[in-house]
Design a protein around this ligand. Structure first.
Ligand SMILES: *Cc1c(COP(=O)(O)O)cnc(C)c1O
Length: 395
């Protein structure tokens, strides 16, 4: 009944699986019949402190009973506290703007870059260089920023000024006097979970700094401890001019942030959002950050990242005919599958074994488990994945 309702009334922009989930706890999700699934996706890197997290639920209930929204025309105490927390935990000397999604955070980043490229009322520099296979969002400009031509069908004309580099090495040759920024993901989420090379990134940072070209790091997926530090930029030991983040910050309440060292780039009226950073989402995000900060400081986060990595490495040695290698950082991981058609089969088999996993690019099995996933959940998930692998031949 609800499946038909969905088909009849919701636009068909997703290739939906019609499983009907009803509740969840930690890394376990239950469908309407009570069947249990292990979630190695966290709703695409969103539910970072686990489903139905008690502290998050309490923060939501408490805040909802007081005040949810008042607009950005007035002081929003938890928003100020969240900005302070993000800045202090990251160690970057920045200010924050709050939006509602990753794409919107990236829109903000592009606007900051464009304004930075203005001189005496004229936009002198406007070009933003991004990487092939990148993913930056679905709005008209973030879609154009996304370096995957196949996604650009139907939706033009696009705003000008996006240039794609085929890899990090090509970026320098594309810089010209119209270039204002380079935007990258340190680990491409949709593009195949391959971390960028640390030394090459350091070299790129130097070149950009010298030419006063901004570095925008899209941490929509890598951010909020997903790779082991609050931002992957901390792990890479770089100082971006702009960082965007979103997915894991709200544990499911919609929030996006753009942070920048250009503290005075905007004047009142330059940018805005009706919902952005309201009481509810800011309060929740503050709670998520506190939980993850404690988890990181206790050593548990690093311990589980290693545990998960060991499990993946075991798969590489156990299935050398199927798996080429293990990729990724922290709890943003992948198994590169030797034949693309096997990947679809593995994902289907996993689902039958009641394990939720993702795909990245053409040939990567992607894992984004909750960051607070426990040992039993990891073990159970890998047991199911093993059964899914074993069934490849017979199915
Ligand atoms: C998911 C994602 C986005 C888009 O975020 P939305 O919240 O879906 O708009 C942008 N950049 C990266 C790297 C992402 O992973």
């Amino acid at each position: 009944m609800f499946e038909n309702m969905d088909r009849d009334f919701v636009l068909h922009s997703y290739g939906r699986n019609y499983i009907d989930f009803a509740s969840a706890k930690g890394a376990r999700v239950y469908d309407k019949n009570g069947d249990e699934y292990i979630d190695f996706t966290s709703g695409i890197g969103v539910v970072s402190v686990g489903h139905a997290n008690k502290r998050v639920s309490e923060a939501i209930c408490d805040q909802a009973s007081k005040i949810i929204h008042i607009s950005n025309l007035y002081l929003i105490r938890p928003q100020a506290m969240l900005a302070k927390s993000l800045v202090e935990k990251s160690g970057f000397d920045m200010r924050c703007f709050f939006a509602n999604s990753g794409a919107e955070a990236n829109e903000g980043a592009i606007k900051i870059a464009r304004k930075y490229g203005e001189e005496g009322g004229v936009v002198k520099r406007y070009k933003v260089i991004t990487l092939q296979h990148s993913f930056h969002g679905r709005t008209i400009s973030t879609l154009k920023a996304t370096g995957q031509e196949k996604m650009h069908n139907y939706f033009g004309p696009f705003p000008d000024g996006f240039v794609y580099a085929k890899d990090l090495d090509e970026i320098e040759s594309l810089l010209d006097d119209k270039t204002v920024a380079v935007m990258i993901e340190l680990v491409q989420g949709e593009g195949g979970v391959e971390p960028l090379d640390k030394e090459k990134i350091a070299a790129l940072c130097k070149i950009l700094k010298k030419r006063k070209i901004l570095l925008i790091v899209d941490e929509v997926q890598t951010g909020i401890y997903r790779t082991g530090e609050i931002f992957a930029s901390n792990l890479y030991d770089i100082k971006p001019d702009i960082i965007t983040t979103a997915k894991g910050l709200g544990n499911g309440v919609p929030i996006g942030v753009v942070m920048t060292t250009l503290k005075d780039i905007f004047s009142p009226g330059d940018h805005g959002s009706t919902f952005g950073g309201n009481y509810l989402v800011s309060r929740v995000a503050l709670e998520v950050l506190d939980i993850l900060d404690e988890y990181k400081n206790s050593g548990a986060l690093d311990e589980f990242m290693l545990y998960f990595e060991r499990k993946l490495k075991a798969f590489v040695s156990e299935y050398p005919d199927i798996v080429e290698k293990e990729v990724g950082l922290g709890l943003m991981r992948g198994l590169r599958i030797k034949r693309g058609e096997l990947l679809t089969k593995i994902i289907e088999n996993s689902f039958k074994e009641r394990l939720l996993v993702l795909k990245a690019g053409r040939d990567t099995l992607r894992f984004l488990p909750p960051l607070t996933i426990c040992k039993e959940e990891v073990d159970e998930g890998f047991l199911r994945l093993k059964r899914a692998f074993e069934k490849i031949g017979s199915s």
